[in-house]
Write a protein that binds this ligand. Structure first.
Ligand code: GLU
Length: 491
């Protein structure tokens, strides 16, 4: 076997790509890059009943958005295609027959009802070495009857003949030595009655034919590994190295399921992260650390840096808790690292969705500069910074109660009259601040007595970025009108 690393991400298109899937893809990608290897995307679509239209596009879009470049896959080229299992269906039957001929698999004719009855009657409930002989299959039935049934085209499946009392062990790259007793396994269906392979057979055949050297996948597949190893052995192939990634855990305990994630406000599908305006670099950096760490205190790493540092040895065995605050922290970092010019189009898009449009780019850019350190995600520019475009239609109650006193309208009026005199070119933040000082000095009151009411009048809230910068951006007329409106509304 050559030592060129080949790994694959092998999702089933049964729904939108979720974050656990993206993490699996990411670890495979990082491992491939680290070793100068090849990252393959294989679509495991043999389960027709669970096929979801659009899921494959969603997987590919999500990977593109995340920056994970696919070396081989459907539509990406490569020598080991086709990369959709539905386009390889011819292939699998031969291997299944080969296993039957060698005595490692058999035809089974049982109906669903008969299998159900067996489960009811049998305490271990499995189709296995214990129950096999009492079922209808090519091990228990005479050869001529099997032939008759096959010739008549009777519905049947092909099952793996799991050996009795055998230990199946391997060295998992993350979990270390892992061992299973064959008694715990059932006679796995390899070929279904619809003529298509199950995941287990197709997965092993393809990993072999595609020259996969390392299988890196979620822990939920660990229990399938012994069946896969039996298949490798019976087909006379060397198994790839295996690494089973730790589960992603919910902060409220247990595995992060769709339901408890939703309850906690954690998006589960990558497409939700895209539509919610998360930064791809943030999600990637965060997911890389969800189960892996570089072993020092570095936290911020680009995809390239991660690829240099990544190793399976540093992936933990224990479940990794999904912490949305940490993800938000990453998002703030990557979003704040971008220039206002770079953010402009996205901010405008979200603003348009929030009904804000028809403003000059300079207004948006000014707003982004002032708000960048204060928001966590791009769409928040439009929600938190709506007052940069439209006058507030209500005033924050708590701040108003605290700051708007009987003498306030008079003070605000004085300030308004003073700034009215400024021409456009002197309507500058520093001038606006000086004038406010002059007014309070003349009135003998503290800075906050006027500053806070003016902020409320201009923005509707009690806090935000530099007030005078906001005013400069809004311009004289708009400021005057907002001050006037507040005086009449708040009295
Ligand atoms: N098709 C399986 C999935 O949906 C692949 C598991 C594996 O990587 O072996 O995750």
């Amino acid at each position: 076997m050559s030592d060129h690393v080949r790994v694959r991400f092998a999702p089933s298109p049964t729904g939108w790509l979720h974050i656990g899937g993206l993490r699996t893809a990411l670890y495979n990608y990082l491992f491939a890059k680290k070793h100068g290897g090849t990252f393959v995307l294989r679509i495991e679509d043999t389960d027709q009943a669970r096929y979801v239209d659009g899921a494959e596009d969603d997987i590919i879009n999500s990977m593109k958005w995340s920056g994970l470049e696919i070396d081989e896959g459907p539509g990406f080229g490569g020598e080991s295609g086709p990369y959709r299992q539905s386009e390889r269906s011819e292939l699998y039957r031969n291997y299944a027959e080969q296993l039957v001929n060698a005595g490692h698999a058999y035809y089974a004719f049982d109906t669903a009802k008969e299998i159900e009855q067996m489960r009811e009657q049998n305490p271990n409930q499995k189709y296995d070495a214990v129950t096999r002989m009492s079922m209808k299959n090519s091990v228990s039935l005479p050869a001529d009857e099997v032939k008759k049934r096959l010739d008549a085209g009777e519905d049947h499946v092909i099952r793996l003949k799991v050996p009795d009392q055998e230990k199946i062990s391997f060295e998992d790259k993350i979990r270390g030595f892992v061992s299973f007793e064959s008694e715990g396994l059932d006679d796995q269906v390899l070929m279904k009655s619809d003529g298509l392979p199950t995941y287990h057979l197709a997965n092993v055949v393809d990993d072999h034919l595609m020259g996969i050297t390392h299988v890196i996948r979620g822990e939920e597949w660990l229990s399938s590994a012994p069946k896969h190893l039996l298949l490798y052995k019976y087909l006379g192939w060397n198994p790839p190295a295996m690494a089973h990634l730790p589960l992603i855990m919910s902060p409220s305990g247990g595995k992060l399921s769709k339901r408890n994630a939703e309850k906690l406000g954690i998006p589960v599908n990558v497409r939700d992260y895209i539509s919610e305006g998360w930064e791809p670099e943030a999600l990637i950096n965060f997911l890389a650390y969800l189960g892996w760490s570089p072993g020092d205190d570095r936290e911020i790493m680009s995809l390239d840096e991660l690829a240099k540092e990544f190793s399976l040895e540093r992936v933990g065995k224990a479940g990794a808790v999904f912490n949305i605050d940490k993800l938000t922290w990453y998002n703030e970092h990557y979003m704040r690292d971008r220039s206002p010019e770079d953010l402009l189009q996205e901010v405008k898009k979200h603003a348009a969705e929030a009904g804000i449009s028809g403003f000059e780019d300079d207004r948006f850019l000014g707003m982004i500069r002032l708000m960048q350190e204060r928001v966590s995600k791009v769409p928040e520019f439009a929600t938190e910074g709506a007052y940069f475009f439209n006058a507030p239609d209500e005033y924050d109650e708590k701040s108003t109660k605290k700051a708007w006193k009987t003498e306030t309208p008079d003070l605000v009026k004085k300030y308004m009259q003073a700034i009215k005199k400024l021409d456009d070119s002197s309507f500058q933040a520093s001038r606006l601040k000086d004038i406010l000082k002059e007014v309070i000095d003349a009135e003998g009151v503290g800075f906050g007595k006027l500053m806070l009411p003016v902020r409320i009048a201009i923005t509707g809230t009690g806090q935000g970025p530099d007030l005078f910068e906001i005013m400069q951006l809004l311009g004289r007329e708009e400021c005057e009108s907002r001050l006037q409106t507040a005086i009449s509304k708040l009295g």
